[in-house]
Design a protein around this ligand. Structure first.
Ligand SMILES: NC(=O)C1=CN([C@@H]2O[C@H](COP(=O)(O)OP(=O)(O)OC[C@H]3O[C@@H](n4cnc5c(N)ncnc54)[C@H](O)[C@@H]3O)[C@@H](O)[C@H]2O)C=CC1
Ligand SMILES: [Mg+2]
Length: 340
């Protein structure tokens, strides 16, 4: 049932534009992830993204563009000292990634310090991640989401679930260890399948009651333990809309930070065009229905839906382009266009 994996293009982030090749960069990153000493050294010359209670610091340029300021470690130490804090706190930074120039990138939460004081010193604002996702461009949005996901995981995994004893992190923050039980904990993601179902002419979109008004998306669901992705996909479609999937094609994947870290696996699926009756599980979804190519194309052009005087969107629209649901919908529309 699962069609062959689509041949992947070489993603942009893999194409090195500097002296550090992709392979040497990944090996360097792995070394600082695994070796505490190497990580401490990397922190000295690395970049730090600040968060306040998990909200990332953004800076607005004179031309009105929002950026993710990368601070030097010494700058963060200086800020901590100016605010009467111990500069050694900076060592709590968590490794996120490294740049093409092999500079390590870290996230650091200053949630224990007064927000306004840090904002003033950094000439920026701490912005809720959902809003930051809208404001940032290109690769900065996934980077900031990854930084937040790691900080959140550390903030909620301070104790061993077997012994109740405190867990200790390694320097990079790639794991936590309980010395009492010997259990090593690793940052966790929940696998989710997200699927755009088509009957050959129309595509099926649904909405939860918590979605902003008028927004419909591809159907999604968490994988159960022991399931394959294909099984989870077929089960979710059967549960949520009462349809039987006939074929599946893999599209791509995405880390999704809301409400917590999910690993989204995105697929297209088809159903028999003679068996398209939708019976919506009203516990999961407020509505699900078939949309024509014209309706979908129109929705894809909407960047910010018009709103009524209560601030609610008044038209049918789809998730913005940073959500993998948008990519699925776009791919489906392109494919339909080619067919016609
Ligand atoms: N990036 C994107 O384009 C999109 C992402 N999503 C994300 O997909 C995720 C799953 O979609 P839903 O339809 O809500 O899933 P769902 O259809 O599986 O329903 C959610 C329910 O699943 C249960 N559940 C099982 N395992 C869970 C876990 N590990 N974490 C939380 N709940 C779990 C809970 O009872 C929860 O109420 C959501 O987090 C949503 O934010 C959804 C649509 C678009
Ligand atoms: Mg669902």
């Amino acid at each position: 049932m699962l069609q062959p994996l689509r041949i992947l293009f070489r993603p942009k982030w893999m194409v090195s534009r500097s002296s550090a090749s992709y392979v040497s960069r990944m090996r360097h990153l792995n070394k600082i992830k695994e070796e505490d000493e190497a990580c401490r050294a990397a922190l000295q010359s690395g970049n730090i993204f600040l968060y306040h209670k998990l909200a990332p610091l953004l800076r607005r340029t004179d031309s009105g563009i929002y950026q993710l300021p990368a601070l030097q470690t010494k700058d963060v130490e200086e800020i901590l000292e100016k605010l009467g804090e111990d500069k050694e706190m900076v060592k709590e930074s968590i490794l996120i990634n490294c740049t093409e120039q092999n500079e390590a990138q870290f996230s650091f939460d200053v949630g224990a310090i007064e927000q306004a004081a840090v904002e003033e010193l950094c000439r920026g604002t701490f912005v809720d991640l959902r809003k930051a996702f809208f404001l940032l461009r290109g690769s900065e949005a996934p980077l900031v989401a990854r930084g937040q996901a790691l900080l959140r995981w550390h903030q909620t995994n301070g104790f061993c679930s077997s012994t109740g004893q405190p867990t200790q992190r390694n320097q990079s923050g790639s794991q936590r260890l309980c010395h009492s039980s010997g259990i090593t904990y690793y940052p966790k993601m929940s696998p989710v399948v997200i699927v755009l179902v088509s009957d050959g002419k129309r595509c099926l979109l649904g909405r939860q009651s918590t979605f902003p008004r008028g927004m419909y998306s591809a159907l999604a669901g968490f994988c159960d333990i022991g399931e394959t992705m294909e099984e989870a996909l077929c089960r979710e479609i059967a549960e949520e809309v009462g349809l039987e999937v006939e074929s599946i094609q893999y599209s791509g994947s995405q880390h999704w930070p809301f409400p917590q870290s999910s690993f989204m696996v995105a697929c297209h699926a088809t159903v028999n065009p003679d068996k398209t009756h939708v019976s919506v599980d009203k516990v999961e979804l407020e509505d699900a229905r078939w949309f024509s190519l014209e309706e979908v194309q129109e929705a894809l052009t909407i960047k910010a839906p018009p709103r009524n005087n209560k601030g609610e969107p008044t038209v049918f629209w789809v998730p913005p382009n940073y959500a993998i649901a948008n990519r699925l919908i776009q791919e489906w529309a392109n494919q339909q266009h080619l067919k016609s």
